[in-house]
Structure formats: C-alpha cells, structure tokens
Write a protein that binds this ligand. Structure first.
Ligand SMILES: C[S@@+](CC[C@H](N)C(=O)[O-])C[C@H]1O[C@@H](n2cnc3c(N)ncnc32)[C@H](O)[C@@H]1O
Length: 211
C-alpha cells in the first residue's frame, strides 16, 4: 500500500475529479469544519491533503501525518490554515508524534485499506493518542457499481481486493473494503460512544466519541 501510494502521489487527486462524486465532495467538505472547530486534531494518512484545509479550517491545531513524504509533498505545497502542521508518521505506531495527545482525529480513505483482522489493533493504536471523549471522524468510499473499481477477489477473512493500474504500467492488488454501518460499529465495539453514520451516494462518514 505504501509503495502504491508513493507511485501514485502525483496523480492521486484524479480520484477527486470523478464527475459523479462532485456533489458528495462539496457536501462533505462543507460538513467537516464544524466537526473539528476549536479542537486539536490528529489527521491519519493525510495523503495529498485533499480534506486537510476543510477539516482544519476552524480547528485549534491540526497535525497532518502520513508515512509517504511523496504524498505529503503535494499537501505541503497547498495553501493551508495556519493551524496545520505536517509530520511524517506511521499510523500503526505514531511514535513520531511523541507523547502529544489530541481531542479529535480524522482519517480519510484509511479504514477501507485496513485488513479486517487488523482494525481493532489500529483503533487501539489511534485511541492511545486520544483523550477520553475525543471526537473521531472516519470517511471512506461506498462501493458504487460503474464508479468503483470492481472487486477482484475476497480472502478468508472477508477482505476484498481490487486490481489497479498506474500510468507507469505497473499493476497492483490493493486491499479495499466497503463496510456497512453495522460491520464498522461491530469492529469499534465499546471503544466508540454516540456513533453517527452518514451515507452519501459515494461515501460514508462515521463520527463518534472515543470511550
Ligand atoms: C487512500 S490514501 C488516503 C489519502 C487521504 N487521506 C485522502 O483521503 O485523500 C492512503 C494514504 O495512506 C498512506 N499510508 C500508507 N501506509 C501508511 C502508514 N503505515 N502510516 C501512515 N500513512 C500510510 C499512503 O501514503 C496514502 O497517502
């Protein structure tokens, strides 16, 4: 996954040019600022920073992290709210952010790339960096026939995969899951309070309080 997104960094945002997704994108961009107003936010796997300026608009602090310098270079070149700082960090350990804790977190298009059997461990790693009651917002794709890349296979854990091609001709098998609300909430279990699941035609957005 890391290598795939490194190679794709320069053209990653083509995914945000799909005409059929524009209405959803505008609605989500408009909804994000209020979710993080006044908060200190850890953004996980920020990539090229598509969501960063929207989420960070009214935040107190916004630490945008990704393990790929290549994707973050694209984000760094964009105008950003003054509260935004970038840092290379591994979303499985967050060691690079030291002892700092946050009262909110955001991850766009990250959950879908997690193997189902590893989601609980990732949630525990994230929640260890969050204060009790912190707001967590997860945003990801819904599977839409004709718009999403077809699923090529499923494994024994129930994970689904896609075969994707890049401009350099390389082919990549990418793990990409499309959870329903109840599946996501079951994985969260008692870690989450007051979950709110919002469905757009092409995306889902889950907001909850860390227990
Ligand atoms: C699908 S992109 C999402 C980018 C952005 N959040 C968005 O919604 O447009 C996934 C991102 O995860 C990053 N990534 C992969 N493995 C990572 C890891 N172990 N720690 C942090 N980021 C990672 C990739 O570099 C890539 O930027």
């Amino acid at each position: 996954m890391l290598d795939y997104y490194k190679r794709r960094a320069a053209v990653y945002e083509r995914i945000y040019a799909k005409p059929e997704r524009q209405a959803d994108l505008r609605a989500i961009e408009a909804a994000l600022p209020a979710l993080f107003a006044g908060r200190s936010v850890l953004e996980v796997a920020c990539g090229t920073g598509w969501w960063t300026p929207h989420g960070a608009r009214d935040a107190r602090r916004w630490l945008a992290t990704d393990l790929n310098p290549e994707t973050m270079d694209v984000a760094r070149a964009k105008p950003m709210p003054a509260c935004v700082e970038f840092r290379t960090a591994d979303a499985w350990t967050f060691v690079e952010i030291g002892n700092e804790t946050f009262d909110a977190a955001f991850a766009g298009h990250w959950w879908s790339h997690l193997a189902l059997e590893r989601v609980p461990a990732w949630l525990d790693a994230l929640h260890a960096r969050l204060e009790p009651g912190a707001r967590v917002v997860l945003l990801d794709n819904r599977y839409v026939e004709g718009s999403s890349t077809p699923i090529s296979r499923r494994d024994e854990h129930g994970n689904s995969y896609q075969l994707r091609s890049l401009d350099d001709g390389s082919r990549h098998e990418v793990l990409k899951n499309f959870p329903q609300r109840d599946e996501a909430l079951a994985l969260l279990g008692t870690r989450a309070r007051a979950p709110q699941w919002t469905e757009y035609p092409h995306y889902w957005l889950l907001s909850y309080e860390r227990s």
